[in-house]
Design a protein around this ligand. Structure first.
Ligand SMILES: [Zn+2]
Ligand SMILES: [Zn+2]
Length: 350
């Protein structure tokens, strides 16, 4: 096989104004020796994408596709392998060396900095790529071994694409951070992708009480189907005041102040509130802990295969969260995600 060292033409959805993306053709540089070129077949839309709609950016960080070319130092995959993409990490800092890539000291730069670790870019002037080490709102992108997960060829990549961020975060918080045990009780505030993934995981873990909190009755009904044992409509005062259980765990995906307070009130001593809202830090009040975690403390290469196995067993029905759109409809898919019409939009090429 001849190794291509010339730039490759790609088609990418570039943000042209805060509410609109336009497809553009452009040249992207050939993979470096530690990089992998992936032909993207599908990509989920995550709420983090919606927060980074700056002109000239290529977003997308739940990509899945087929390896097209690998750099000379890459050993984990070869051309033709199927891969799911997750968050980026450096692989060399102390946290990465200790198998905690979610605490990578370069996390912010590599995932939100629109650049490689050395500050360079494979994209043309004026285009911001490498979002989460991916920028997968495109038909091709460059990644590294750190943010790819090899999967079996016979699995549906469009279904697996969203495992790389929101679903991993919700399920990882239950399995890795809280280590929910059989018989435990927990409350999940917010029933978007992250919250519903947490509920599915809590059911797998054998939690006895799983309380879903949201203001959308349809979402609460879905939460029940996926494993919630009780629901609370946060718009109904009467629902909230009847609540006095003493829970082991609370997961807040909303960042809404009064819900956060409620979460702390319903914990029993020794209980933990996990904030998946981007806030940092750890507090300890009245014997109850509040923490924030990144990506559910998940190492994608081991955790995503575990989620796939649960899905194969019928115990993690993530297809119930997904609505598919053709990539051509990316603006409609973003709009539907923004206004809550769909839970998890997944874009697919032909
Ligand atoms: Zn995300
Ligand atoms: Zn690192």
């Amino acid at each position: 096989m001849t190794i291509r060292t010339q730039p490759r033409k790609i088609t990418a959805a570039v943000v042209s104004n805060p509410h609109q993306l336009h497809f553009r053709e452009m040249l992207i540089k050939a993979p470096r020796k530690n990089e992998v070129g992936v032909r993207i077949l599908a990509c989920g839309i995550c709420h983090t994408d919606l927060g980074f709609m700056a002109e000239g950016t290529i977003l997308g960080h739940e990509g899945a596709g087929i390896v097209e070319q690998v750099g000379s130092e890459v050993t984990a995959v070869k051309p033709g392998d199927h891969v799911v993409l997750s968050y980026q990490s450096c692989g060399i800092c102390p946290a990465c060396q200790q198998q905690q890539p979610f605490n990578c000291e370069h996390f912010s730069k590599l995932n939100f900095g629109f650049q490689r670790l050395d500050g360079s870019s494979a994209y043309p002037e004026g285009v911001q790529g490498h979002f989460f080490g991916q920028s997968a709102f495109a038909n091709y992108c460059l990644v590294t071994e750190q943010n790819l997960v090899k999967v079996a060829d016979d699995l549906p990549l469009s279904l697996l694409a969203p495992l790389g961020c929101g679903i991993q975060t919700g399920a990882g918080t239950v399995f890795n951070t809280l280590k929910v045990q059989a018989g435990d009780s927990l409350m999940v505030m917010g029933t978007g992708t992250v919250g519903l993934a947490a509920i599915m995981a809590a059911k797998v873990a054998g939690a006895k009480t799983i309380i879903a909190v949201d203001r959308d009755p349809a979402r609460l009904a879905l939460a029940i189907k996926l494993g919630a044992t009780e629901t609370i409509n946060s718009d109904q005062e009467s629902d909230l005041t009847t609540l006095c259980p003493h829970l082991n765990h609370v997961i807040d995906t909303t960042g809404i102040g009064h819900l956060d307070e409620l979460g702390q009130d319903v914990l029993k001593e020794g209980g933990t509130l996990v904030r998946l809202t981007g806030s940092a830090g750890e507090t300890f009040t009245r014997g109850r802990k509040a923490i924030s975690v990144i990506q559910g403390d998940s190492v994608a290469q081991t955790f995503i295969p575990k989620l796939i196995e649960l899905w194969q067993q019928g115990r993690f029905p993530l297809e119930k969260l997904i609505t598919y759109y053709h990539f051509d409809d990316i603006n409609r898919a973003l709009q539907d995600s923004r206004n809550g019409k769909v839970i998890k939009a997944v874009l697919v090429w032909d």
